[in-house]
Design a protein around this ligand. Structure first.
Ligand SMILES: [Zn+2]
Length: 320
């Protein structure tokens, strides 16, 4: 691991990608209370701590809105339905600032917790709530903790049947809790049992035959920032199409929030680098141009993309 990191750091020393390319970088944020993080999934979080985190979401998100306004950047915000119900003014502010409001489900339960019928209700409920608040259609979805995987491939059918234009939930990496390492690294048509939907996978770099997760979150806080530049440069050069998706959470830019009582390793993974995350984000945003996911999806409507069959056991890349 240490050697791998050293190798990655050397790669990251290369200069950032030069000038114009067809590269499109989707900037996205998952708007949720901090205690929803996967590292705290088995933790009983005290009601007062939950209440504290609920209070922090809005100022942390508004900090992002101010930052993006100053840089004239439009992004996609995947918002929990439950949070939208409780903080309608925040959702309206996101929409009014020109950002895309998309669905992150209702209450952050992962897709495994549902069957197709209850998942449909969960997504529909969040979609309806967001649409009523903004008056604009919701066309995108991101599953909590990237939980669209082989065993939840049926979720793609539900998303397609609900009329969504894209999903951004299939992380093409090895991870103990999520990921489909053999899925394409660039936008593709993700097939469930019956339907396919455009998939915008989180960004990766590829090194020595392995996909390295570099789309954001903990990877953004813990690894050298130059690694994200490296992944974007690789996407610009090799991506078919050259689209990369970055994802962050408002809580990651709120160093003053109270910490969750996590065991030390998870605590370190969750909070290391949080003090410098605001500055890092500013730096990153200054280095690239960014798009909303819906705009990228729109531009790919007629693109010839590979189809990846998530419902089959392995090697599901089909040339159709
Ligand atoms: Zn989430």
């Amino acid at each position: 691991m240490v050697t791998e990191l050293a190798r990655l750091e050397r790669v990251a020393d290369l200069p950032p990608p030069a000038g114009a390319s067809a590269l499109q970088v989707v900037l996205s944020f998952d708007v949720e209370e901090h205690w929803h993080i996967e590292a705290a999934a088995d933790l009983a979080v005290a009601p007062d701590l939950r209440a504290h985190h609920a209070e922090r979401v809005e100022p942390a998100t508004r900090w992002l809105l101010d930052l993006l306004a100053g840089l004239d950047i439009r992004a996609t915000f995947f918002v929990l339905g439950e949070l939208a119900r409780d903080r309608p003014q925040l959702v309206r502010a996101i929409h009014a600032a020109g950002h895309e409001v998309a669905s992150h489900g209702w209450d952050h339960r992962r897709v495994h917790h549902f069957d197709p019928a209850s998942f449909r209700e969960e997504v529909r409920r969040s979609k309806d709530t967001l649409e009523q608040l903004t008056g604009a259609p919701v066309v995108g979805y991101r599953a909590p903790t990237f939980s669209v995987m082989r065993r939840t491939a049926w979720a793609l059918d539900v998303l397609a049947e609900l009329g969504l234009a894209y999903d951004s939930s299939i992380y093409p990496v090895h991870h103990d809790r999520y990921g489909v390492p053999e899925a394409p690294r660039w936008p593709f048509r993700a097939r469930g049992g019956r339907h396919a939907i455009l998939e915008l996978p989180p960004a990766t770099g590829r090194l020595l035959g392995v996909n390295v997760p570099l789309g954001g979150g903990g990877y953004f806080r813990l690894l050298p920032l130059g690694l994200i530049d490296w992944a974007l440069r690789q996407t610009a050069q090799e991506g078919r199409p050259p689209v990369a998706v970055l994802y962050f959470h408002p809580w990651e830019f709120d160093p003053k929030q109270r910490r969750l009582p996590l065991p030390w390793l998870r605590r370190w993974r969750t909070y290391a680098g949080i003090g410098r995350a605001q500055g890092r984000l500013r730096t990153l945003l200054g280095r690239h141009r960014f798009s909303r996911a819906a705009d990228v999806a729109q531009g790919l409507t007629d693109a010839a993309l590979p189809t990846f069959d998530l419902a089959v056991a392995a090697g599901g890349l089909a040339p159709r």
